[in-house]
Design a protein around this ligand. Structure first.
Ligand code: FAD
Length: 415
């Protein structure tokens, strides 16, 4: 058992914690980072399919509008440490960057590990000490945070930064400890729920197409009131439980009220063709395969596993000779290609989500400093806060900006 005294203790060596630690240590403060796993920034290492989409090269206003979960809370932190400054920092740490479609920023090497290494060096070269230890509670003294109790003893400090992440991908270390510690000192935790997450469907035909991954489709999501909540173009995947893939994950962040709403997805399987052009195309195929049954005439238009589902939903018996399919039936088929329905049941569990929405209630946190309004000396950074963004690098930008803000704000009393 040991007990150490430093200016700042950071709980969690993830993206936000290491950014906070490097920033605070760079100001000359003594910083101890507690990390409960054997790894630092393990989740960062798997971001962007191992390529790490570390931010988005956009304006402040665009960044805020891509943070549906409490974007306004982020104004101050984002203007202080915007994407451009994040990029400058990583380039200065020897990670050249490139901007891709949708202003997504990646390392030129396409290696998330390079971002992890650079961030770890940033924290350690600035003087932060990394300690393998699991924090279990915030120690308070005379109404202030004064340390952290851990599985290896108590650590004391003037300030504590809680950067333990959310509930997603618990194998990377973020398994809700932060919520328990924050709640124990009086913070309200907004119910954590999944965002950027695969979706379960009530339609059993999704499972029959499991593994089929249509590319270049357009996806529209409509809520129970008929309001369009999402529309975009890209790639998706059918799974045994429903749907996944980049387009679906993005869509899920817009379905924010499963308690009071239900959502239906409409997939346009042929977005490059309008209804008339698609009808002409189907007619051409029907002419080409005029002696076949309907179920054997769709091979040029749809993936193999999808054909039996299209036949079923079209209501046209599969053994109908193509030349006897009526115009009305054909137009129904056109509609099916242009608006293939998937009824959403619910999101997959938060553990499978890319990010956790919910967390420490931002009403109880000062947006200019990230300090708790309830317990002076306690600060928050990253996904533990009730802030979440869409895909495109916005979630890591939240981690960088809040981590930087907390690192700049801690220990002012010691200067
Ligand atoms: C598969 C996947 C891909 C993603 N891709 C992208 C992407 O390309 N772009 C993007 O912007 N975002 C992406 N994200 C989201 C992004 O990774 C997170 O939003 C970000 O990592 C949050 O950073 P954080 O530091 O707040 O939390 P985390 O990265 O989760 O770090 C928290 C750290 O705290 C430690 N910890 C927890 N409890 C304790 C405790 N009690 N004591 C000590 N240590 C503790 C954990 O072990 C962990 O190291 C992705 C997420 C996933 C799961």
């Amino acid at each position: 058992m040991r007990s150490t005294i430093s200016d700042v203790i950071v709980i969690g060596a993830g993206a936000a914690g290491l950014m906070a630690a490097g920033t605070a240590a760079g100001r000359g403060l003594s910083v101890t980072v507690l990390e409960k796993t054997d790894h630092t920034a393990r989740k960062l290492g798997i971001t962007g399919k191992g390529r790490c989409n570390l931010t988005n090269f956009c304006s402040l206003r665009e960044a805020v509008s891509n943070i549906p979960g409490n974007g306004k809370f982020m104004y101050s932190a984002l203007s202080d440490f915007p994407p451009q400054k994040v990029m400058e920092l990583f380039e200065s740490l020897g990670v050249p960057l490139k901007v891709e479609r949708g202003k997504r920023v990646f390392p030129v090497s396409d290696r998330a590990a390079d971002v992890v290494d650079a961030l770890r060096r940033f924290a350690q070269d600035s003087g932060a000490e990394l300690v393998r230890s699991r924090a279990v509670g915030i120690i308070t003294d005379e109404g202030r945070a004064s340390g952290v109790s851990t599985d290896r003893g108590d650590y004391y400090a003037r300030s504590v930064i809680l950067a333990t992440g959310g509930l997603s991908y618990p194998v990377t270390g973020s398994d809700g400890d932060g919520y328990r510690m924050a709640s124990a000192v009086g913070h309200r935790i907004v119910k954590p729920r999944a965002s950027l997450v695969p979706l379960e469907s009530t339609d059993d035909y999704c499972g029959r197409m499991a593994g089929f991954s249509p590319r270049n489709v357009s996806l529209r999501v409509v809520d129970s009131g008929g309001k369009r909540v999402f529309e975009d173009f890209g790639e998706m995947l059918f799974t045994h439980f429903g749907v996944s893939g980049p387009l679906v994950l993005s869509a899920s962040a817009h379905m924010r009220d499963f308690d009071n709403n239900s959502y239906t997805m409409y997939i346009d399987l042929k977005p490059a063709l309008d209804r008339q052009a698609l009808d002409r195309r189907i007619l051409r195929d029907f002419e080409k395969y005029k002696n076949r049954d309907f179920e054997n005439a769709l091979q040029d238009l749809a993936g193999r596993s999808m054909i039996p589902v299209l036949v079923e939903l079209s209501g046209i018996p599969g053994d109908t000779k193509v030349n006897s399919v009526t115009r009305e039936q054909r137009l129904g088929l056109v509609e099916l290609f242009k608006a293939f329905p998937v009824h959403v049941k619910c999101p997959r569990p938060v553990e499978e989500a890319i990010v956790t929405s919910g967390g420490v209630d931002v009403k109880e946190v000062d947006p200019r400093t990230m300090e708790s309004k309830l317990l002076p000396g306690l600060y928050f950074a990253g996904e533990v806060l009730d802030v979440d963004g869409y895909t495109g690098g916005f979630n890591l930008q939240i981690a960088w900006s809040t981590g930087h803000r907390a690192g700049m704000s801690v220990g002012k009393e010691s200067e």
